[in-house]
Structures are given as structure tokens and as C-alpha cells.
Design a binder for this molecule. Structure first.
Ligand SMILES: Cc1cc2nc3c(=O)[nH]c(=O)nc-3n(C[C@H](O)[C@H](O)[C@H](O)COP(=O)(O)O)c2cc1C
Length: 177
């Protein structure tokens, strides 16, 4: 299973729109994929005592198990203040170690303003590289993302093509095709 992680809990998130588009491309490739939307998780119930995993809310236990067992992750990451959103790091820091990272295939999409989410993706890549994940080098970046989405749909043809190719090539990279 490939989990597409929409990297923010912001209401009305554009990352989620991009994540949904990726899901469509995975379906076209007959690859099993599912979106993890941070907005739907009870991350606000986590606290310092939760690192021992006992007092973690049930929905998060389920999602952490899924991530630990996943073959691959596809992270859609917006730029917040020159990096990736704090909520995403908060989420990642509770993942089961090392199962969630070691040898995990990870693909990245960045989105933001002028710099197109390059910074958050590079920061994330450092984290996953440090944790021995296998990073897919073919990244996709959406600059001035607000111009690429109309009526909750990604309309930019170039970016759609790039995302489609990224999904196809990632499936090959992880030996699904
Ligand atoms: C808290 C916050 C901080 C942001 N900081 C940056 C930034 O540093 N650089 C940038 O290019 N865009 C920045 N943006 C714009 C977002 O990258 C852009 O609106 C993107 O759509 C946000 O993703 P989302 O819609 O999934 O939340 C910021 C947006 C928010 C909400």
C-alpha cells in the first residue's frame, strides 16, 4: 500500500486537492493507494506522554500501524514559513521507529508561492534521508499554486502531466510495475 500524506491540517488545503489528484493517478496505474489527511486525525489529543504509544487515540494507532507497514509514502507538502508545516513534523515524530522509516520508499510534491515548495521538500528529504528511507529523486513542485487550482480542481496541464509521470515512475521505482 502507498499512503499519500497531505501535509497539513489546514481547512481548505490545496495540498489535499493535489493529494486527491495523485490518488486518481494511482488508481489509473492499478496501484493500491490511500490518502492520509492530517485534518481528520485527532492530533490535538497527543501530548508528551503519548510517545510511549499506550495513550494514543485509536485513530492514530491505526494510522501509525498503516505507516509502519506501508511499502511507500507520497508526501504532498506545502511551504509554511520557509519550511514544512509544524503539524507534519509533530505527526512524523510519533511514528513507530524504525519501521516507519527504514527502507521506506518516499516520493515528494512541494507547493507554495514563488519558490514552489522547494524548501519544505528539501527539509523533509533531510529528515527521511537521516532516517534511512529510500528517496525517489523525481520531485514535483507547484509554484504560485493558487493559480493552478480552479473550483477545487488542479487545472495546470504541465503539472498534471508531471504528477502523472511521477506516479508512473514511482510505481516502477518501488517495483509495482
Ligand atoms: C501559515 C502559512 C505560512 C506560509 N508560508 C509560506 C512561505 O513561507 N512561503 C511560501 O511560498 N508560501 C507560504 N504560504 C503559502 C502556502 O504555501 C500556500 O498557500 C499553499 O497553498 C498552502 O498549502 P495548503 O493550501 O495545503 O495549506 C504560507 C501559508 C500558510 C497558511
Amino acid at each position: 500500500m502507498i499512503y499519500i500524506i497531505s501535509g497539513t491540517d489546514r481547512q481548505g488545503s490545496k495540498s489535499l486537492i493535489v493529494a486527491n489528484q495523485l490518488l486518481k493517478f494511482y488508481n489509473l496505474n492499478n496501484a493500491s493507494a490511500e490518502i492520509i489527511d492530517l485534518k481528520n486525525l485527532s492530533l490535538n489529543k497527543l501530548h508528551g506522554l503519548s510517545y510511549n504509544q499506550d495513550s494514543i487515540p485509536e485513530d492514530l494507532k491505526i494510522v501509525f500501524k498503516k505507516i509502519a507497514k506501508a511499502k511507500a509514502l507520497h508526501i504532498v507538502c506545502p511551504e509554511y514559513n520557509g519550511s514544512y508545516p509544524g503539524i507534519l513534523k509533530f505527526f512524523i515524530d510519533y511514528w513507530k521507529f524504525p519501521d516507519s522509516f527504514d527502507g521506506k520508499f518516499v516520493s515528494f510534491v512541494g507547493l507554495g508561492g514563488r519558490f514552489a515548495g522547494l524548501r519544505p521538500v528539501e527539509h523533509l528529504m533531510q529528515v527521511f534521508s537521516y532516517r534511512n528511507a529510500i528517496l525517489f529523486p523525481q520531485r514535483v513542485f507547484l509554484d504560485n499554486v493558487w493559480d493552478m487550482i480552479k473550483d477545487e480542481t488542479l487545472t495546470d496541464k504541465t503539472i498534471l502531466d508531471r504528477l502523472q509521470k511521477q506516479v508512473e515512475d514511482f510505481c516502477k521505482f518501488i517495483n509495482l510495475k
